[in-house]
Each structure stands twice: as structure tokens, then as C-alpha cells.
Design a protein around this ligand. Structure first.
Ligand SMILES: Cc1cc2nc3c(=O)[nH]c(=O)nc-3n(C[C@H](O)[C@H](O)[C@H](O)COP(=O)(O)OP(=O)(O)OC[C@H]3O[C@@H](n4cnc5c(N)ncnc54)[C@H](O)[C@@H]3O)c2cc1C
Length: 497
């Protein structure tokens, strides 16, 4: 019978869990260590985070100014297949206008000098243009549904802490030392200053250490071996020109040994070089990162290092220990899936314990089955960014685009194969973001060579007139979007008044 819950960890995962569970009629305690601190990254999100803010009934203007938050409509990928080329992945689904997608690819094949695959998003989703032109508006698209956020995780944690306190969560700032088990799992935790902490259910949010699920319960960790990055050098720099640099998307630009995130926060740009030392030394990575920052932002950065591991535990919930956040698993941060995974686990946990206070093996299995499936699926999606990239100018890029053995029977790998050459359909919403990533990297459901060969069979004047109309509409849309406020102006007017 679950009447009391003890959360170990006060990072974003721990405080989000506490905030959500504090809505139930249960005793919730959260133990964290201000001495140890939090990982402090996790600034870029996906729209799954909106469920948390909605659930807690928080309005943007209430929490965003306290967290240096900005809006995120898209993720951009720069130089993944061609140097300097940038393509967009909006959160908005592909518009389902008749033949819009197939016409786009056909015109790219027929008029490659005028249209190309990296523009896929702008022709099938209006919100990609907001990112390309750095404009924001609430008109003409579903802003609330398809906009996520960038924020300062330390500030968000503080904000959540206050909400939890108001909702009756008991906080204990102490260091966890060990646990004592009984037949149901953990009976109590032992902390340095405060001693024993009993509960019916324990939620492990202790970060990569996974102190309860991994260490105490001995659940096996399964590394995601296709993901070779395991370190990030990071820094924060001031804006040179806030109006042009504060964008409404995260930019992920490839580097010689990985990629770099550029996350626009209200008070500056967060940058991080995600990499491995398999093909370069620590010094080479540091120099490359510093040069990148100096050239683009005009400052010599003060960097710090974060080490991480990609993978997940075999099960997310055993006996009376459930897990959320890094304590359960992590996918390298290319798609900002860290907090998505936390949100997913929190709501699955809520689902189970709001149905019953007498949790049985089937309940735990429901949780485990769904969270494992979700994380593995997201991991396959991230892998497809590398698998479909065409950069091969360094040992690192040769390795990830040619040597890594991606699992082609995983769901997103299989879908990528099918959508490109079997059902030849990039407009099915079932494929989610894959269409944007594959098209951005130059893939098409058509055969450009075959269409080139069949050019004689087209009524080219008619098709060309159609293409001109589409390009004219494209220019008109650009002109319209140019009349909207910049991201900075929009935020200043709506959030940072
Ligand atoms: C390089 C990198 C980039 C990332 N970028 C993103 C991103 O852009 N978007 C995104 O969504 N996610 C991102 N993530 C993931 C994101 O950082 C995490 O999902 C998120 O911060 C949640 O972390 P957490 O709360 O699980 O762990 P942590 O923040 O590590 O919190 C662990 C908590 O456990 C406590 N603790 C540990 N040991 C003890 C002890 N002995 N006693 C008491 N308390 C203890 C700590 O004090 C802390 O409060 C990134 C991760 C990495 C590594």
C-alpha cells in the first residue's frame, strides 16, 4: 500500500517528480544534497515538457522570467551532410495538404538549382520559417501546442522547489549513505545527518550514480553502444547582438569530433561540444571548441567538462524502487531527450499509482515496458541523425557514418528504411521527425536519377509554371514573416515586460 513516497535527488528529475506527485494525496519527501549539486545541463527541451507546466497550471509569464527562459520552435542541424548547410526540424507535424510532400521532392529532382531537400521543413510546416527568419508570432499556427522552451535548469529547479514546498513536499538537504532492504525492496534510506528515512515507494532521481536502482537494487545497466560520445565541454557567453543572436531554436552544428549545441537563453548563449576522445586528444578538442566560440561569439570561453554515459537500466522499476531521469537512462543530448524521458517516466509512474495504491508485478511491468520502449525508440531516432549524415572528412565522422553498426531492426531504423524505399512516403505522421532529418540530410522517397531520365515525359512548361507559383508563394511568405517581431522583441513584449 503506497501512502508515502521518498524521492532521492533534487535535480530537474527529482523536483519535477516531487511537484507532480505532490498533487496526489500522499506524503512526499525529497532528499537531495546541495553539497553534491546537480548536473546543471538540460536547457533545451521538447514539447513533452509542456505537459509538466500544464499539469502544474503554470503560465509562461509566471515562470519563464524567473528561469531566463526563451521559446523553442525548432531544432536546427548545421553541416551534417554539407558544410554550412542548415536544415530545420519543427515540432509542428507535416501539413497534410494533398501531394505537398511528393510534389516538393519531385520539384527538387526536376529543378535542383532552385529547390533542394534542406528546405523540406519550410515547404511542409509554417513554423520552420519562424526559425529560419528568427521571428515569433502566435498567429497562424498552434503556438501553445508546438512551442517548447530553453531555460536555466538551476533556476527552474529553484522555481520547482518553491512550488513543491507550497504543495507540502518535505525537503531534506542531506547526503544519502546507504539503504536497508526488506522483502518488498528498500525499507529505509540512511543519510549522513538526518539518519533513517522510511517510505512505501522510493523514486531514484540520483542522476548518473543511480544510487537506488543501479547500486542498491543491482539492476543491470545496458549501454547504448552505437552512441560513442561521452563527454561535453560547455560554456556560456554573452550576446554580441541579442536581437539577431537570440533565436527560437537550438542549433546543433557538427565539429570534427562530434557536435556543438547553441542554446539561446535570455541572458546569454549556452554552448557545449559533445564529443569522444576516441579520435582526438583532450587538448585538440579544447582548442577546436575555443576557436569555434572565439570566431562566432568574440570571447575566449571559460569551459567546464561533463562526462556522461548513454544507456538505460534493464528495468526502471523493481520492487518498491522506481526511477526517473539520469538514474534510469540517458540518450546523448542531440535531440534534448533528457527531460522528455523524465517527463515520460513521471507520468507513467503517476498513471500507475493513481490507479492503485496496491502495486503488483503487472503494474511495474506496465511501467517498465512503456519506459523502455520509449527510450529505445528515442535512441534509435537520435542514431538516425548520424546514420543518415554524409559528413566523412574526419576519422570520427567516417566512423559514425560508415563503421558503427546501427540496429536496422529497431523501430526508427526500420521506419527509415521503409519510408525511403518501400512505401516511399515522407508525409505520414507515423514517421514523426524522421522525415525532417532524412530530407535534411539529402534523402528523398523518389529516385532523382529516374526522374531525370524521365524528364522528356514531363510537360515541363506546366511543371515549371507550378514550381514558379510555389516559389512565388515562398517569397510572399518570407515577406509576411519579416513583418513579425524578432524572437527578442516578442519575448520582451510578452514575457520580459
Ligand atoms: C552533456 C549533457 C547535455 C544535456 N542536455 C540536455 C538538454 O539539452 N535537454 C534535456 O532535456 N536534457 C539534457 N540533458 C539531460 C539533463 O541534464 C537531465 O535529464 C536533467 O538535468 C535531469 O537530471 P537528473 O535530475 O536526473 O540528475 P542530476 O541533475 O544529476 O541530479 C541528481 C540529484 O541527486 C542528488 N544526489 C546525488 N548523490 C546524492 C547523495 N549521495 N545524497 C543525496 N543526494 C544525492 C544530487 O545532489 C542531485 O540533486 C543533458 C545531459 C548531459 C550530460
Amino acid at each position: 500500500m503506497i501512502e508515502s513516497i521518498c524521492i532521492l535527488g533534487g535535480g530537474t528529475a527529482g523536483f519535477m517528480t516531487a511537484a507532480v506527485l505532490s498533487k496526489l494525496n500522499l506524503k512526499v519527501k525529497c532528499i537531495y544534497s546541495s553539497k553534491i549539486g546537480i548536473i546543471g545541463v538540460g536547457e533545451s527541451t521538447q514539447i513533452a515538457i509542456n505537459d509538466i507546466f500544464k499539469f502544474l497550471q503554470l503560465e509562461d509569464k509566471e515562470w519563464m522570467p524567473k528561469c531566463n527562459a526563451t521559446y523553442k520552435t525548432n531544432i536546427a542541424f548545421e553541416s551534417w551532410s554539407e558544410k554550412g548547410n542548415q536544415f530545420f526540424y519543427p515540432f509542428e507535424p507535416i501539413k497534410q495538404e494533398k501531394n505537398a510532400v511528393s510534389d516538393f521532392f519531385e520539384l527538387c529532382a526536376l529543378f535542383p538549382d532552385e529547390m533542394n531537400h534542406s528546405q523540406f521543413a519550410r515547404f511542409v510546416s509554417p513554423s520552420s520559417r519562424l526559425a529560419e527568419l528568427n521571428r515569433l508570432t502566435k498567429n497562424g499556427w498552434d503556438f501553445d501546442r508546438y512551442t517548447a522552451y530553453h531555460f536555466d535548469t538551476h533556476l527552474l529547479s529553484k522555481f520547482l522547489y518553491d512550488i513543491c514546498t507550497e504543495n507540502g513536499v518535505e525537503f531534506v538537504d542531506d547526503t544519502y549513505l546507504s539503504s536497508v532492504q526488506n522483502d518488498s525492496g528498500i525499507e529505509y534510506l540512511v543519510c549522513e545527518k538526518t539518519g533513517k528515512h522510511y517510505a512505501d515507494l522510493f523514486v531514484d532521481c540520483s542522476g548518473f550514480k543511480s544510487l537506488l536502482l543501479g547500486k542498491e537494487m543491482g539492476v543491470e545497466f545496458k549501454p547504448y553502444t552505437t552512441q560513442i560520445n561521452n563527454r561535453a565541454l560547455r560554456c556560456k557567453v554573452p550576446y554580441k547582438d541579442k536581437n539577431t543572436q537570440l533565436k527560437n531554436f537550438t542549433n546543433n552544428v557538427t565539429m570534427k569530433n562530434g557536435w556543438c549545441w547553441e542554446i539561446p537563453l535570455w541572458d546569454g548563449m549556452s554552448l557545449g561540444y559533445v564529443h569522444t576522445l576516441q579520435f582526438a586528444s583532450e587538448e585538440e578538442i579544447k582548442q577546436e571548441f575555443e576557436k569555434f566560440v572565439e570566431e562566432k561569439y568574440g570571447v575566449t570561453p571559460e569551459t567546464s567538462l561533463i562526462e556522461f554515459k548513454s544507456g538505460r537500466y534493464e528495468k526502471g522499476w523493481v520492487k518498491n524502487v522506481a526511477s526517473v531521469g539520469l538514474a534510469y537512462g540517458f540518450i546523448e543530448p542531440l535531440e534534448s531527450t533528457g527531460l522528455v524521458s523524465s517527463v515520460y517516466n513521471i507520468f507513467r509512474l503517476l498513471e500507475v499509482i493513481s490507479k492503485t495504491s496496491r502495486v503488483n508485478q503487472f503494474d511495474r511491468e506496465l511501467f517498465n515496458y512503456s519506459v523502455n520502449l520509449e527510450l529505445d525508440k528515442q535512441k534509435g531516432f537520435v542514431d538516425m541523425h548520424y546514420a543518415s549524415a554524409h559528413r566523412d572528412d574526419t576519422e570520427y565522422w567516417k566512423h559514425v557514418t560508415n563503421d558503427v553498426q546501427y540496429n536496422w531492426s529497431d523501430v526508427n531504423q526500420k521506419l527509415s528504411l521503409e519510408m525511403s524505399m518501400i512505401d516511399r512516403n515522407y508525409s505520414n505522421s507515423h514517421y514523426g521527425g524522421l522525415s525532417y532529418i532524412l530530407a535534411g540530410n539529402g534523402y528523398t522517397p523518389l529516385s532523382p536519377g529516374f526522374i531525370e531520365g524521365l524528364k522528356w515525359d514531363y510537360n515541363l512548361p506546366t511543371v515549371s509554371a507550378y514550381k514558379d507559383r510555389i516559389l512565388q508563394h515562398d517569397r510572399e511568405q518570407n515577406n509576411l514573416f519579416e513583418t513579425f517581431p524578432t524572437t527578442y522583441e516578442f519575448l520582451k513584449k510578452t514575457i520580459y515586460k
